[in-house]
Design a protein. Sequence first.
Length: 237
Amino acid sequence: MNDHKFCFIICTNNSLLLEEAVHYINHLYIPDGYEIDLLAVTDAASMTEGYNEAMNASDAKYKIYMHQDVFILNKNILSDLLSIFQANSQIGMVGMVGYDTVSADGIMWHAPGNYGNVYQKKPAVIYPALSEYHYFPETDGFHFAAQIDGFLIATCRDLPWDTAHLKDWDFYDAFQSIRFLQSGYKIAVPVQRHPWCMHDDGQFLNMEKYDYYRHVFRDVYGEWLGKNYSEILSVAE
């Protein structure tokens, strides 16, 4: 494992979106002594299959799993992620938006205690100059979460994504969050005075398979519905 390497992992079916996402990645500041790599998976049968394929193909300690329509605005995100991972050796996963409790109905955004920030398509307030993105871990800090949104997930530990239960493109983030907590790793969401990312995901969520996998999630992790992240971690410890 190369502990001075970041790998961006993207499942993609749209070359134009991928090209724009990569444009932002190519303009990030790379911390001294570190390198970056990019793995784009174009033929995955599911998100979990594509992520596992890329995870196993990369020797990078730090992996950033992101949607093809996510554009990183914070040019210092790599050093900022390092600051978070190095602040607490128990942190295994970082997201941009998260919730400190698992929702009782399985729908992540119905949970109380939401943290983080993101620009959606056509934000009401245009994002500031990229030079304004600064993160000071000593004062800004981060929150711990039970689950994080999958539009961007950074890890410093490799845990297999659940291909046994997930055959499509939904709920991979909810499943993986619980897997990390059950393995004894904390999940962090940084305080962002300006959102670090823009998610150009359109206006409508494709719910075709979402409710099916919501019921799968409730069946698999029913004991944690309505529970705080600390309650799941306490069992792992």
